[in-house]
Write a protein of this length. Structure first.
Length: 278
């Protein structure tokens, strides 16, 4: 089977994008992980597929697969690339696109040839919905790492996140702690892990350990999760710039009648396209 693909990235968080509307295919976890492999395949953090949606007033079904082949609920950086991809492929001429994911329906707004705003929705702190199986009755949770008790906070942005505050993200042991917390049994679906350094009320620095992937240069849903927790701790204003190794995102919290909705704005970049035998 020969598939046409496009390679894009959002702040170095890179994706293989496939048009599942004009070309019909079905991929196994093994085939996806092979395509994502940086030595034996094309290489990516996630593989994204555009499909037709049967939902009313929804333009596309947006499917997300991690590099290990597992399917994810949400990917913010991928959503921005997805919006530019469906326009580039001629699948739509809209600037405002509604997409269906495992986490629900989201609105993507194309600002220009690069920048896209994604309506990421309301952060979920209800542990049963994240899901997270708490061993305490408060929001303070800890991970035993070597001789340390590392505090973390939990939130969902359509996918589960653990957020850890650090003094200096450059010194954080992202891979060791991230891999340990990702598979902590308190997270039935595993979790993404965010390491956050608060600079001031308008800026944070962040490193990302993505579930099923490992450390990445950026994460859109991860940036939103971090901002949601920082704001909940009253350490940030309603608009925050998130500085990650791959670049910056702007996260804005629109609060109406005590209902919070996060909007993420950032760039996308086309890398290349081609055909691959699967």
């Amino acid at each position: 089977m020969i598939l046409e693909f496009v390679k894009m990235h959002g702040l170095g968080n890179d994706f293989i994008l496939l048009d599942g509307i004009t070309q019909k295919f079905s991929l196994s976890e093994k085939q996806i992980s092979r395509l994502a492999h940086r030595k034996f395949g094309i290489g990516c953090d996630q593989l994204l597929i555009a499909e037709q949606s049967d939902a009313e007033n929804v333009d596309f079904r947006y499917r997300i697969f991690n590099s290990d082949g597992s399917e994810a609920e949400q990917c913010g950086n991928g959503a921005r690339c997805f919006a530019q991809f469906v326009r580039r492929q001629g699948l739509t001429d809209k600037d405002c696109i509604k997409v269906e994911t495992l986490a629900g329906v989201f609105t993507l707004t194309i600002r220009d040839s690069s920048n896209v705003t994604v309506e990421m929705g309301e952060p979920v702190f209800d542990e049963a919905l994240i899901p997270f199986v708490s061993q305490s009755n408060n929001e303070n949770h800890y991970l035993q790492f070597e001789d340390q008790q590392i505090e973390f906070f939990v939130v969902s942005m359509g996918n589960p996140h653990a957020v850890i505050f650090v003094d200096d993200v450059e010194q954080a042991q992202v891979r060791k702690i991230g891999s340990l917390l990702e598979t902590d049994p308190r997270f039935p679906r595993k979790t993404n892990v965010q390491f956050v350094q608060v600079l001031n009320r308008e800026n944070i620095r962040q490193r990302v350990f993505e579930r099923g992937v490992g450390e990445t240069l950026a994460s859109g849903s991860g940036a939103c999760a971090a901002v949601a927790v920082v704001q909940k701790q009253n350490q940030a204003d309603e608009t925050v710039r998130v500085h990650m190794p791959g670049g910056e995102l702007q996260i804005h919290n629109h609060n109406h009648n005590n209902n919070s909705c996060l909007f993420m704005t950032g760039p996308t970049e086309y890398s290349f396209e081609g055909r691959v035998e699967v």
